[in-house]
Write a protein that binds this ligand. Structure first.
Ligand SMILES: Nc1ncnc2c1ncn2[C@@H]1O[C@H](COP(=O)(O)OP(=O)(O)O)[C@@H](O)[C@H]1O
Ligand SMILES: O=P(O)(O)OC[C@H]1O[C@](O)(COP(=O)(O)O)[C@@H](O)[C@@H]1O
Ligand SMILES: [Mg+2]
Length: 422
């Protein structure tokens, strides 16, 4: 009757052969919306990944583990939640030596930066604020220098929180450890506010970003709607993919034009954005535009500048569209009150919302389970609502992008009512 089940009845461990399907729709025809078929019969191809979670047999003795956590790239809501959960889970396994590497990969080589001892006490409340307790950075030392540093410090478990670039680094560290025959587990937790990592339902921080983006959109809407012929332009993050812009446009229901890097558009001409803005001003009296920062880069002068990680430094498309809009309305002799909002760093610095908080907690726990299971060169994620381990190279082979033929983009177009701008 009730009570706690005995150990024999408590099936709390994940079997090493448990699998999660990558694709769960059996398309009946290549003409079905969103169909991905290898032949006209849409033959079923089973693709799967390992299920994440605690294993009965563990590969490391907790007392022999020195675990390190590093956070790299740009900020993203939820970094502290993941750090916190990794530390707490490591302690539950019995690990005593847990450290944070300060300021991303740079912390491995910069002698002025000492590692930060971590414990439940240190991390207990860190999720209550945004940012990263450990700090972040772009660029940093060579892979062999990082592995030298890990050897010197005796680190045999490394948890790497970051995006595509960070994961390329993590995979290179994993390969270097293999080459040196080091018994080290390198486990990633994908951090990308842009949601541009392949095969995952979503990455942590994305939900929060969309929620915060909506606030900026709402302000732009109120400004535009309250002004005579008001036009609000909101720039959102998304270097190469427009997920935040697309989702925020859909969520807010206040966007008339959504521009993303994946979908080319004209500004001028009969089918251009500006002509549609004129139509909106004439028919609705105001308009709100949201755009991902990587959209319309073809309109801006290329500088060939890169940041310390090698990412191309983008021009400000928001400012460009604001200027072109002002010029256009002046030329056609129609009054327009154009306001531009760039909330990007305000969005990125937020603490995670409840849904991301839960995702971060589960990912953090599963990262530790994965390392103890003996996996390395893997990253944790959510796939078709189940938590899984992905091989790193599979998820970073190219950045995930919005498919302009996808149902989600068409849902967004239905919501905004915008035409094609080409
Ligand atoms: N191809 C790569 N191989 C190894 N390390 C990389 C690679 N690309 C980026 N990095 C390193 O990963 C870290 C984060 O990369 P960055 O592109 O800034 O952010 P993100 O991981 O969010 O994409 C930086 O320290 C950078 O030097
Ligand atoms: O100003 P920073 O720190 O270079 O960050 C800006 C970039 O950060 C991003 O949000 C993505 O950062 P990550 O690649 O680190 O996830 C981009 O959309 C944006 O271009
Ligand atoms: Mg990157």
């Amino acid at each position: 009757m009730g009570g706690y089940p005995s150990d024999e009845e408590w099936h709390g461990h994940i079997n090493n052969n448990d699998r999660v399907l990558l694709k769960v729709i059996r398309f009946s025809s290549p003409t079905s919306a969103g169909a991905e078929c290898i032949d006209p019969d849409c033959t079923w191809v089973e693709q799967w990944v390992h299920r994440a979670g605690p294993r009965e047999k563990i590969y490391f003795k907790p007392e022999e583990v020195k675990a390190a956590i590093v956070t790299c790239g740009g900020l993203c809501p939820g970094l502290n939640d993941v750090i916190r959960q990794v530390v707490i889970t490591l302690e539950i396994y019995g690990v005593k030596k847990i450290v944070g590497i300060p300021f991303g990969y740079r912390g491995f080589s910069d002698n002025d930066l000492s590692e930060m001892p971590l414990s439940r006490k240190v991390v207990q409340n860190i999720h209550l604020s945004g940012g990263s307790l450990l700090g972040v950075s772009r660029g940093g030392p060579s892979v062999s220098d990082m592995v030298d540093s890990m050897e010197e410090r005796g680190i045999n478990m490394l948890f790497v929180l970051g995006g595509n670039g960070t994961h390329a680094g993590a995979n290179a560290i994993h390969n270097e450890c293999l080459k040196r025959r080091l018994k080290v587990a390198v486990v990633g937790v994908p951090k990308t506010i842009d949601n541009d990592i392949l095969l995952m339902d979503k990455t942590f921080g994305f939900d929060t970003a969309v929620e915060e983006a909506q606030r900026a959109i709402n302000s732009a809407y109120i400004e535009a709607h309250s002004a005579y012929h008001g036009i609000g332009i909101v720039k959102l993050m998304g270097r190469s993919s427009g997920f935040i812009a697309m989702h925020a446009a859909l969520a807010s229901g206040q966007i008339d034009i959504c521009l993303i890097p994946e979908v080319p558009f004209h500004l001028h001409g009969p089918h251009g954005v500006l002509r549609h803005l004129k139509y909106l001003i004439e028919t609705k009296g105001s308009a709100v535009v949201c755009l991902a920062e990587g959209a319309g880069q073809n309109f801006l002068k290329k500088t060939n500048a890169t940041d310390a990680s090698g990412n191309i430094v983008l021009g400000d498309i928001g400012v460009h569209i604001q200027q072109e809009t002002k010029k256009y309305f002046k030329e056609i002799g129609i009054h327009a009150d154009v306001k531009y909002i760039d909330p990007t760093y305000m969005i990125r610095a937020c603490r995670a919302n409840a849904s991301d908080g839960i995702l971060c907690a589960v990912l953090g726990q599963n990262a530790v389970h994965g390392a103890f299971a003996g996996y390395s060169g893997i990253t944790v994620g959510i796939c078709n609502t189940h938590y899984v381990y992905f091989p790193i190279p599979e998820v970073i082979s190219y950045p995930r992008a919005v498919d302009p033929n996808s149902r989600m983009w068409h849902r967004c177009l239905t919501s905004t009512g915008q035409p094609d701008f080409v």
